[in-house]
Ligand binder design. Sequence first.
Ligand SMILES: Nc1nc(=O)c2c([nH]1)NC[C@@H]1CN(c3ccc(C(=O)N[C@@H](CCC(=O)O)C(=O)O)cc3)C=[N+]21
Length: 290
Amino acid sequence: MTATIIDGRMLAKNIRQDLKEEIIRLKAKGVTPGLAVIIVGHDPASVTYVKAKAKACQEIGIYSDIFWMAEETTEAELLKQINDLNENPNIHGILVQLPLPPHISEQAVINTIAPEKDVDGFHPVNAGKLMIGAEGFIPCTPHGIIKMIQSTGETIAGKHAVVIGRSNIVGKPMATLLLREHATVTICHSRTKDLSKITKQADILVVACGCPGVIGREHVAEGAIVIDVGVNRKPEGQLVGDVRFDEVKEKAAYLTPVPGGVGPMTITMLLYNTVQAAKQAVQQEASYKC
Ligand SMILES: Nc1nc(=O)c2c([nH]1)NC[C@@H]1CN(c3ccc(C(=O)N[C@@H](CCC(=O)O)C(=O)O)cc3)C=[N+]21
């Protein structure tokens, strides 16, 4: 079988077009969705991502403000900046680019973001809501992946989904979302024994371990849907996934490329969450007036 490639850029473009129209309607009501992105230090990959996010905002009419903070910024200074943005009515979404320098506690930072502005979906309130099936912000990468799987027209319900990776930002919310879609879910990680025995049982395989090319033909069943979350930069600058694309393409029914797969969808779901945040702020305002 030769896989159909799931085109993340194309899907992202379509969703962004819908968002653009929604933003026009919001602006007509006097509200411009606003996103604040905070970056501490100047890790080159983080700088690239932050700029990509700001550009994506600009293209669809979201106001964005990047806060460049020095590497030696203290945790207290960063928390103060977040608190100021929590109070700022023009800002509906706040994203603090991760990773942070080692002297700053990521959890303390995430806990400080107002849950209603937590467009990354990392705050414990949103993580908890996802777990119990309540409405809240869904982390962008797994949310985008669900959209990518749905775009194939395949049903998720009843399928065996195997997730490799158990991070709070991808693996765990991914498994929860797949469960919400009624898949049977298995989570694998670095201590998993006989990985290929499990992954070969997957109808849907989501690979999010950050290990370049670990998944090859020996791990994949004929006809599987394979989603590659890896964004690994080689020393020469080339971006590679966690999946050996050329091998897996011969077996899978659907496969996502790197670049041009999950990455563009991650940014798109950030835009989506920011628009949701702005809509909710409008509703809040209206309910105060009543
Ligand atoms: N608070 C926070 N939220 C995040 O969502 C977050 C973060 N921190 N830290 C870093 C990771 C990584 N991430 C990516 C987003 C888009 C691409 C992306 O668009 N990649 C392009 C290629 C870009 C390139 O060439 O470098 C693609 O795959 O086609 C990749 C990675 C978001 N992250």
